[in-house]
Design a protein around this ligand. Structure first.
Ligand code: GAR
Length: 199
């Protein structure tokens, strides 16, 4: 079994969608949800899904060791950031090389970086008069939203769109693509683990 941990700071609709997608799988499961906010709605979703969830402070995320300990406790193989606000610290990056991915609600390298989160991103895209936006799934590195891009999908931005309208379109793309992109990445990792064990 490959164990996925999801890091989420807010509502967690992507976390729920990913967990649902893998709920029937015999070899991949979402085993843990971690947040930096005790009040995040993602905890309610986790409890309905029967997935353990916990919270670590910004300091604990920054230091890394307590989060790493928890990830290891749940035999985490792969980490998914789904609406996660904080930077991923070096100990986590070192422990999971090429095994941490993020979804960003715009077409990187545009409209990314520190503080570019959720509706703020959509507001900036609309204010700039963009005709197209979308999603970017990318590997996580030590800089916000700068890791190698794995997948992008686009949607049209209408002149009349509000940030909520655009968020709805972007969320629809996220729900359609993020779980299957994760599935294909995780399958490659499962093969690597298998090869390593066969050596
Ligand atoms: C998603 O649209 C995700 O792309 C975005 O936050 C939203 C979380 O929604 N992430 C970022 O903005 C990261 N910079 P959710 O909590 O309902 O999954």
């Amino acid at each position: 079994m490959i164990h996925i941990a999801i890091l989420a700071s807010g509502s967690g609709s992507n976390a729920e969608n990913i967990a649902d997608y893998f709920s029937g799988s015999d070899d991949i499961q979402v085993s843990l949800i971690i947040s930096n906010s005790r009040d995040a709605y993602v905890h309610e979703r986790a409890s309905k899904l029967g997935i353990p969830s916990c919270t670590f402070s910004r300091e604990a995320f920054g230091e890394g060791t307590p989060v790493l300990k928890k990830l290891r406790e749940y035999n985490t193989d792969f980490i998914v950031l789904a609406g996660f606000l904080l930077k991923v610290s070096q100990p986590l990056l070192d422990a999971y090389p090429g095994r941490i991915v993020n979804i960003h609600p715009a077409l990187l390298p545009g409209y990314g970086g520190r503080g570019m989160y959720g509706d703020k991103v959509h507001r900036s895209v609309i204010d700039a008069g963009e005709k197209v936006s979308g999603i970017t799934i990318h590997y996580v590195n030590e800089h916000y939203d700068e890791g190698n891009i794995i997948f992008q999908a686009t949607c049209e931005v209408e002149a009349s769109d509000t940030p909520d309208d655009l968020a709805r379109k972007v969320h629809a793309l996220e729900y359609a693509h993020f779980p299957r992109v994760i599935a294909s990445l995780v399958k490659k990792i499962a093969e690597e683990i298998q090869q390593f064990e066969n050596k």
